[in-house]
Design a binder for this molecule. Structure first.
Ligand SMILES: [Zn+2]
Length: 191
């Protein structure tokens, strides 16, 4: 595939091959801004039941299928509700939370293709009772359960801006530089 398809004797350039990155919400209208409370991430406001797709090819990392969140305990680990993280083939971790549904096949170790449907958007976790949205985070792989890194370390908005218009802007270099600066498992920053 890397060599391109031969059509009427002309090799298609690599730039016309399948996209490397795609927007993580599909099938619905959405809005998002540059701001996120307390730490870098993006809340993509949309409806309940829209498709959450793999933003790039990779392997499923952590999956949480049970919404354990209550305001009584307000545990950071529970705030995402139903969530999925994947480690992209680019080495970057991508995380989506507040889901309403996760596909049965989405289990740790499952290989996803770019654009493959993984679940549906919703308002689980601490988004319950608020506007449904996909919380989207970009970070680096860590040992399991390091939710304060998994939820987001690098602002995703400029990558989302690129992916929604079909540009393959990669966060790899920025993520590597940030991890080098703060370490694999930095102290929790922000609430
Ligand atoms: Zn959020």
């Amino acid at each position: 595939m890397a060599l391109g398809l031969l059509i009427t004797g002309v090799a298609m350039p690599i730039s016309q091959a399948a996209p490397v990155y795609t927007f993580p919400v599909q099938g619905c209208k959405y809005t998002y801004g540059k701001y996120h409370h307390n730490y870098p991430a993006t809340d993509i406001l949309t409806h309940v039941g829209c498709l959450f797709v793999a933003p790039t090819a990779g392997v499923v990392d952590e999956v949480n299928r049970i919404d354990r969140f209550t305001w009584k305990t307000d545990l950071g680990a529970d705030r995402g509700g139903l969530s999925i993280s994947i480690i992209g083939d680019d080495g970057v971790r991508y995380y989506g939370s507040h889901l309403s549904y996760i596909s049965a096949k989405i289990v740790p170790g499952y290989l996803v293709k770019v654009g493959e449907v993984m679940g549906r958007t919703g308002d689980s976790g601490d988004a319950r009772g608020t506007a449904p949205h996909l919380h989207f985070g970009i970070s680096w792989p860590t040992p399991p359960g390091i939710w304060w890194v998994r939820r987001g370390e690098l602002y995703p908005w400029k990558y989302l801006d690129a992916w929604k218009i079909g540009k393959n802007l990669s966060p790899v270099q920025s993520v590597k530089a940030l991890e080098k600066k703060v370490g694999l498992v930095p102290k929790q920053v922000g609430y």
